[in-house]
Design a protein around this ligand. Sequence first.
Ligand code: B12
Length: 218
Amino acid sequence: MTDTQEKLLQSLSDCVVDMDEDKATEMAQTYVDNNFNAYKAIDQGLADGMERAGKLYEEEEYYIPELLMCSDAMYAGLDILKPHLDKEESGDKHRVVIGVVEGDTHDIGKNLVKIMLETSGFEVVDLGRDVPPMDFVRKAVEIGAQLIALSTLMTTTMENMERVVEILKEENQDNIKVMVGGGPISPGFAKKIGAHYSKDASKAVQLAKTLVQEAVPC
Ligand code: B12
């Protein structure tokens, strides 16, 4: 990676933390004008900034209004970068249903995972946030999805991930794999409920590729 690219990645991350929507747009434009890899800018720039903002919230330096302005800056950068993502085109697209589980409205991480999956050639159906467990199963069966990707940031809503896995079993649809992620989720929790875990959006892509290609035991 060149010095210029590294500096721009750092600036993109800083623009999010500094809640600077205009600068995020400008930096993202400079980044693409240099023909650097857009995927990296999301992963190591904008998403990194959002994770730093999240930590500042936990340290009580930022409050809800600041966080929302950080996410506005992140989305401003995304608008510029998204058209420049090199899409992996495959004739036979694997289908994924994604969403945030019922009771939870945190969707920034889910949106990043969705973008990365789409860029990597998956056909993604996004059910949004606060989605009842049954809706994931119904949609996955309806469109013939091989994978359901579930996100939650709250401990109180983790059980709704388990509910999705249970319904898949009850409906004899447990050939559909479940991938889970989000702040409180651990590999141990995923294993316990019969799902698969990935820590972040870029690792989620690698996991999704493995899951749709082979039956991985939990
Ligand atoms: C931003 C934020 C908000 C924003 C959300 C905006 C939005 N549209 O998403 C706002 C201000 C609205 C908000 C509201 C609330 N929040 Co809030 N919020 C956060 C905060 C600070 C950051 C989350 C974030 O966006 N991080 C940045 C993204 C990029 O990271 P991420 O989501 O973790 O995603 C990455 C990975 O986890 C992973 N990933 C995510 N999903 C998935 C899915 C799959 C399949 C995979 C493989 C990977 C994966 O990949 C992503 C990218 O790499 C966190 C604290 C934190 N540090 O996490 C609290 C936090 C999640 N919030 C919390 C709470 C309590 C709330 C509220 C209940 C507050 C209130 N009293 O009203 C409400 C929620 C109401 C509800 N029912 O949903 C708590 C949850 C506590 C708990 N243990 O349950 C936290 C942990 C803060 C805290 N320490 O108290 N919040």
